[in-house]
Design a protein around this ligand. Sequence first.
Ligand code: TXE
Length: 481
Amino acid sequence: MNIQNYINGEFVNPINGEYIDNYNPSKGEIYGQTPNSSKEDVESAYQAAKTAFPSWSNTTLEERSKILLKIADLILEKLEVLATAESKDNGKPISLAKQVDIPRAASNFQFFANAITQFSSEAHESVGLNAVNFTLRQPIGVVGCISPWNLPLYLFTWKIAPAIAAGNCVVAKPSEITPMTAYLLGEICNEAGLPKGVLNIVHGLGTSTGQAIVAHPNIKAISFTGGTKTGAHIASVAAPMFKKLSLELGGKNPNIIFADCDYEKMLATTVRSSFANQGQICLCGSRIFVEEKIYEQFKIDFIKKVAELKVGNPSAKDTNMGALVSAAHLAKVKSYIDGAKLEGGKIVFGGNKVTVENCENGYYLQPTIIEVFDNKCSLNQEEIFGPVVTIISFKTDEEALQLANDVPYGLSATLWTNNLNRTMQFSKQLQTGIVWVNTWMLRDLRTPFGGVKNSGVGREGGFEALRFFTEPKNICIYSPS
Ligand code: TXE
């Protein structure tokens, strides 16, 4: 199936006529073509967005909210079609797409449809100076949203929904590796009555299409989720143009387990936080630190549970883990596994590719557990972004904290303990944007979402996202008494 750009409410081919292959990772075969859009396509998307902006930014909040809610309803109505498309494009189990990806894409629109009606700004009375200040929060204009392949529609809409709720018009690019559900979103937006040009979707490679969005002089804000290297490059292009930037980048998240935790709940959740979506979630807890007194028992129990995970065809109902997203990504993840021994690591489970019946050319990998003894090894310092976790033991709270923070990333952390004092100390001292205590990936969309260190700058979610997509303007009114 061939994909087209969505510009000014219409589906159009790329001006240069260039396409890239779109793969089905579960079979390792090409199943369609995606435009590799050029600067000219981005310009045409920008012009459509610019033309739509005066009217959209003056559309009442009730009307914007109604359209966003309609988009959410249509996403849910088409759950089956969208989940099937997502699974085919990405390799993830269809059950996961049905339970997580697509419902969350609908929730993103629902949430920001409601949030915009509650958004407010400050007023300051300058007592004794006969003045009142208030803050106007105005939409920026045309903004750029660039998203990755791991949670395609989920993360694409996580950016688009707040951007348009706040009155902006958008030029958006999904990952070229998983463009299908973004393409289908265009039809949904038309059906929901979103005015032409409010959302424009251009497909293509990061280095051509993505670069053209970031470098466009009049696209004044960029919201990006993806790799840290790409984020650094985007910042270097956008910063001299003083663009607003929100960068949600990689993670190397610690999962810290104390002996006093609720063991069974920890074990079941740790299997999920390690291998959900084949480990391709920036929030996965890829470094597992276990208190020494339960380390050996944990190792036995964890291996046993992980061995029960079924790697298989994403369309099969009983599949727990599908295919990795691409051949290149599989090779990258496998190279870390293959280098483990050289770094003193010991593979205690998995480590091999898996051949799945009728999907012999798919990109499947066993869930893999590697015991490491040095936190400085690349397995514990670099983002692998696949079904690979390391385990290592610690003796004291201080040691656990030191190990957890000794990494260039700072997205999220998970802590398993029933000790309140420890919970408070770790919550304050962990160098991450998110700390989950006795749970993982429990998301409340009102909360600030993002990381510190090499995990990015800025926060998404709740009013943080609406603040990002608006410019605050101070109005000072003097009124002599
Ligand atoms: O991501 P890229 P890649 C991490 C993960 C993974 C690594 C590389 O470790 O192995 O990043 O993945 C667009 N200007 N994460 O290479 O390239 C690109 O087209 C503008 C973590 O697939 O960062 C896509 O739409 N845009 C992560 C998006 O950026 C550019 C999720 C992300 O792709 C661009 C995915 C450019 N110069 C990978 N170059 C997370 N934080 O969840 C690329 N893009």
